[in-house]
Design a protein around this ligand. Structure first.
Ligand code: ADP
Length: 368
């Protein structure tokens, strides 16, 4: 995002902000050196489990994962609590943010080859397939040991892309320009978006592979294939639990897992020239709107006259309503490069993380 002006500790009085049990966490992952990178060109250093330095500036977040961190480390830190929250009935989300080439795709999805065999865990497998392996394993465990309580689950998945401010169904790409329907009672949903029932990890893997292969990619200065759109994978989990004659009760819960991979900005050009391509400019504008909202939620900026938070400013901010100051347990996952040449992008990403840290969500269990 365009670097917002950061106030020192905007809400330092707020209890628990950014603490491990707060509803909002900010985790930074530093990617390893690429093949041609030289160690002396590295200006980012992990200082402790929750801090890092860029030159002589120090930043603190909920957690910092260094270049040596594995996909499993990321999953244990973020994925396991997400699955546990979702089974308990909370909405839970991960928002992956960072400059192009810093490892957002690698961390979230992993290479497609590692996704295909859904039953074995390859060390490269991303956090999303791992989340669903754990989710279905937990569901099957719960169903076995709580049989007498008649617990049943139903799971639906959708996958969408926001490209040039249009919502596209990644499971049926001929469905473009989908509209968001929002009302105070039933919340918001995307009209006509495919929402498929899934029963096991194979069903989810199939959806992930289809959706990711339909994602828009474009040529940039860093990689020949770089994501030029935001994508959101959503899984809605409903559970019903009926008691036995001796324990007479019933309850039902619904939770939503939202996994968001934001488009990356191109490398900042040293000459200050901005994005050259049309979709690059669109990505910039879209992330700027997200930045504006985060500025307001973090208390750095004020909302408009009527004090309404401008969620409707863009499809992205609208669809992230639960995550941004809403009822979800949210993790902002910021990916950065250690390289000196990426300093501007790294600082911009860390500023985003500093602001996200101040957002306060009110996570609640969704009984239905
Ligand atoms: P982005 O999605 O942010 O544009 P990618 O996920 O495509 O970036 O990562 C760029 C390159 O770096 C890819 O070749 C990827 O495999 C590699 N990479 C990124 N993070 C790691 C990591 N933690 N370990 C090993 N390789 C990584």
């Amino acid at each position: 995002i365009e670097a917002p002006t950061v106030r020192e500790n905007p809400r330092s009085d707020a209890p628990g902000v950014g603490s491990p049990d707060s509803s909002v966490k900010v985790v930074v992952r530093i990617r390893p050196v690429s093949g041609h990178g030289k160690t002396e060109d590295h200006i980012v250093k992990k200082v402790s489990s929750d801090s890092l330095s860029v030159g002589d500036r120090k930043f603190t977040f909920t957690s910092v994962l260094g270049p040596e961190s594995s996909q499993e480390d990321v999953f244990n830190l973020i994925g396991v609590p997400l699955v546990q929250s979702s089974l308990a009935g909370y909405n839970a989300s991960i928002v992956s943010y960072g400059q192009t080439g810093t490892g957002k795709t690698f961390t979230m999805w992993g290479p497609q080859s590692a996704m295909v065999d859904a039953h074995s865990i390859s060390s490269y497998q991303g956090i999303v397939p791992r989340i669903f392996q754990m989710l279905f394993a937990e569901i099957s465990k719960k169903q076995k040991c709580l049989e007498e309580n008649n617990i049943s689950y139903q799971c639906r998945c959708s996958f969408l892309e926001i490209y040039n401010e249009q919502i596209i169904d990644l499971l049926n790409p001929s469905q473009r320009n989908l509209q968001i329907h929002d009302d105070a009672k039933s919340g918001f949903y995307v009209e006509n978006l495919t929402d498929e029932y899934v029963n096991n990890i194979d069903d989810v893997t199939q959806i992930l592979i289809t959706g990711l292969s339909n994602r828009k990619v474009g040529a940039t200065s860093v990689h020949s294939k770089s994501s030029r759109s935001h994508i959101i994978f959503t899984c809605t989990l409903e559970s019903w639990c009926k008691g036995t004659q001796s324990k007479n009760f019933s309850s039902s819960k619904m939770s939503k897992i939202s996994l968001v991979d934001l488009a990356g900005l191109d490398k900042h050009k040293p000459d200050g020239v901005g994005e050259r391509t049309e979709d690059g400019r669109d990505v910039k504008q879209s992330l700027a709107k997200l930045g504006k909202l985060i500025n307001i939620l973090s208390g750095v900026a004020r909302a408009g006259e009527d004090q309404k938070i401008p969620y409707m400013d863009s499809p992205l901010t609208h669809l992230l309503k639960d995550t941004l100051g809403g009822n979800a347990k949210a993790t902002y996952l910021c990916s950065i490069s250690p390289d000196k040449r990426d300093k501007a992008g790294t600082l911009s990403t860390l500023r985003f993380g500093e602001l996200a840290k101040e957002i306060q969500n009110k996570a609640v269990i969704n009984e239905i």
